[in-house]
Design a protein around this ligand. Structure first.
Ligand code: ZN
Ligand code: ZN
Length: 263
């Protein structure tokens, strides 16, 4: 499986991804925003875009659809529940569906509501599993729930699906927010040495060169995956005394998300 990350160089800090079959050069583009840029990247690598996938319905993940389709005739895939908002969707997706790219790539569709109610992540199995997670999971962070989302649903997605993936799973999010998110983790958990080292590295890194993390690392530096950690809970109680001494994981997650909204 070939994965090409494309940095959109915009203020929202989007990433697009080309996922391709190494044998046939057929490719799927994830969340095209700037169509010309996506088409140029595929051309430069000798890849032929045959499918477009939108992780969810927000415009910064779909605005490039029309341009890519006009140039390539690609089929558009998206969550069945978001298809009418996106428009022009050829294949509505549900949990457990399989997306094939060329002869060698198979991606499993995960139904991952929370950032919006109709959000999919793609999971590539194999020796180096990979997760294309849109605005659900970010490096060291979690998507917001401002535009059609629900933090309780996002919590369910995190604990029941994402946290259960193998530690070796490579994480490919829809935006580059690594430094800001690590700073949030450190504000919750000042004793997190690994997050401090990662933040130092992220501060001096160009976004297009951002490191690809794994789920194993996310479990160590992402506050939204550290809901039982005593320091996380103690610091959260300073802001929200009402959560008590032994809040359940769902309460911790929802309060972390609330705090991050204004942080
Ligand atoms: Zn979004
Ligand atoms: Zn987004």
């Amino acid at each position: 499986m070939i994965v090409e990350r494309i940095w959109a160089a915009n203020s929202l800090r989007n990433f697009h991804y080309l996922i391709a079959c190494a044998e046939t050069g057929e490719a799927l583009i994830v969340d095209p925003l700037n169509a010309a840029q996506c088409l140029g990247a595929a051309r430069a690598k000798g890849l032929e875009i045959r499918q477009v996938l939108n992780t969810h319905e927000h415009r910064d993940h779909t605005d490039g659809n029309a341009g890519v389709v006009a140039a390539t005739g690609a089929r558009v895939l998206a969550h069945a529940g978001g298809a009418s908002v996106i428009g022009g969707v050829d294949r509505g997706l549900a949990r457990g569906d399989v997306i094939r790219i060329g002869r060698t790539v198979e991606l499993e569709v995960l139904d991952t509501p929370g950032h919006t109610r109709s959000h999919v992540c793609l999971l590539a199995h194999g020796d180096t599993p990979a997760l294309f997670c849109g605005d659900t999971l970010f490096n060291a962070g979690a998507g917001n729930c401002h535009n059609g989302g629900d933090p309780g649903l996002l919590y369910e997605t995190f604990v029941n699906q994402l946290a259960r993936l193998p530690d070796a799973t490579r994480v490919y999010p829809g935006h580059e927010y690594m430094a800001r998110n690590l700073a949030f983790t450190l504000d919750r958990e000042p004793g997190n040495r690994e997050a401090a080292v990662a933040l130092e590295a992220a501060m001096t890194q160009m976004p297009e060169e951002a490191r690809v993390t794994t789920m194993g690392e996310e479990k160590r530096v992402n506050a939204f995956l550290r809901l039982q950690h005593p320091e996380v809970i103690a610091k959260l109680r300073e802001k929200f005394p009402e959560i008590g001494e032994k809040p359940d994981a769902r309460t911790v997650f929802v309060k972390l998300r609330e705090l991050r909204n204004s942080w």
